[in-house]
Unconditional design. Structure first.
Ligand SMILES: Nc1nc2c(ncn2[C@@H]2O[C@H](COP(=O)(O)OP(=O)(O)OP(=O)(O)O)[C@@H](O)[C@H]2O)c(=O)[nH]1
Ligand SMILES: [Mg+2]
Length: 366
């Protein structure tokens, strides 16, 4: 029989380089200028809602580049579909921050923009099993875009020293005039090659499927016919393990096993399956399991009837033992008779007032 499993597979875009930045920074314009993809470009935020994937050729190096939808402050908390978008960066080994230099009139500037995005990357807890390195710790570059705009070029020159002070390579480009793009694409190619050499196993990592744990029944009881004989078969890792661990020469151990099986519900299940005292019960496989003639534990009476465990007769089953089953049944019957007699004696004593049954009903206490 096969096993039923539940699997969640998540597809994440995979690219060597992720273009990351505020909406309208020019990410789609850049991927269009550097590769053959032609994504939608517009002057309103969140034009891109699904990443576009492009192939860049720089000399002999081919690598993929993705323009991730724009991020805003609070993206790591889900703002502006932040989770959705940050997820796409997870399987990119190099992060290129695209900063808009044509923002002079607004309340934004490249330095502040970078800080915001960096904070979001730091706050985003990626799926370590898939991505390995936290986003904020991946190799990063700064791309100052829109230097074709006069104010943009000026602003880029102003902020460059501060950005370089962060230890990140800085490239001034224009997706419109294509200035600086060749240099940028070769620089990215070199970074990608370094990453590929450093982590060759990343893409080839084996796919691990973790089946969701199912709350399965700890055992099954089935009524089977074995060689013309009706046998109640108990299967289940717990009962089978317990039986294997039991030393059947030790009455205490056998009693303990009986208690555990009863607590697990095996007795009730046997009753339900139609087993009666004396029925043949096999715990484990029919061949090689442990077989015994079933004698239900006497929940209230067991303590009163002598040493713990003497009631339950269990024998390790081996091939060839079946012939003796009739004898064992006979012995069992005799023991049951003896027990019935002992029980009768106890009741007689109780009725005579020698002792009080603590489990008896109130009316019996009178
Ligand atoms: N002058 C100038 N404008 C640019 C440049 N790059 C992009 N733009 C303009 O900036 C606007 C936004 O460009 P997109 O490429 O759509 O920006 P995006 O980063 O992909 O934006 P979202 O998809 O919304 O995140 C468009 O009007 C572009 O024409 C550039 O280098 N120079
Ligand atoms: Mg876009």
């Amino acid at each position: 029989p096969g096993e039923e499993v539940e699997v969640i597979l998540e597809l994440k875009s995979i690219a060597d380089v992720a273009l990351v930045g505020y909406p309208s920074a020019g990410k789609s314009s850049l991927i269009a200028a550097m590769s053959r993809v032609r994504p939608k470009i517009a002057d309103y935020p969140f034009t891109t809602l699904q990443p576009n994937l492009g192939v860049v050729e720089a000399g002999s190096v081919r690598y993929t580049i993705a323009d991730v939808p724009g991020l805003i402050e609070g993206a790591s908390e889900g703002k502006g579909l932040g989770h959705e978008f940050l997820r796409h960066i997870e399987r990119c080994s190099v992060i290129a921050h695209v900063l808009d230099t044509a923002t002079l009139e607004s309340d934004r500037d490249p330095i502040r923009d970078l800080e915001v995005i960096m904070n979001e990357l730091r706050a985003y807890s990626a799926d370590e099993a898939i991505s390995g390195v936290p986003l904020a710790e991946r190799p990063q570059v700064i791309v100052l875009n829109k230097i074709d705009v006069p104010d943009g070029r000026e602003l880029a020159a102003m902020v460059r020293p501060d950005l370089e002070a962060l230890g990140l390579p800085v490239y001034e480009v224009s997706a419109v005039s294509r200035e600086g793009l060749r240099e940028l694409s070769f620089a990215l190619a070199a970074m990608v090659e370094r990453e590929r050499a450093a982590a060759p196993a990343l893409e080839k990592a084996p796919i691990v499927l973790r089946p969701k744990a199912v709350d399965e029944s700890p055992f099954t009881v089935s009524r089977v016919t074995d060689g013309g004989e009706v046998v109640y078969q108990v299967r289940g890792s717990k009962p089978e393990r317990w039986v294997k661990q039991t030393d059947f020469r030790n009455d205490e151990a056998v009693g303990y096993l009986a208690d555990r099986l009863a607590a697990l519900g095996v007795e009730d299940a046997l009753f339900e399956a139609g087993a009666v005292p004396g029925s043949v019960v096999v715990v484990g496989p029919l061949d090689g399991g442990v077989v015994f003639d079933w004698e239900p534990t006497m929940t209230a009476g067991a303590e009163l009837l002598g040493r713990r465990g003497t009631d339950l007769r269990i024998e390790e089953y081996e091939r060839g033992h079946r012939a003796t089953r009739a004898e064992r049944r006979q012995a069992f019957k005799e023991r049951m008779d003896a027990k019935a007699a002992a029980r009768q004696e106890l009741w007689t004593e109780r009725d005579a007032g020698h002792w009080i049954d603590p489990s008896a009903d109130d009316e019996d206490m009178e």
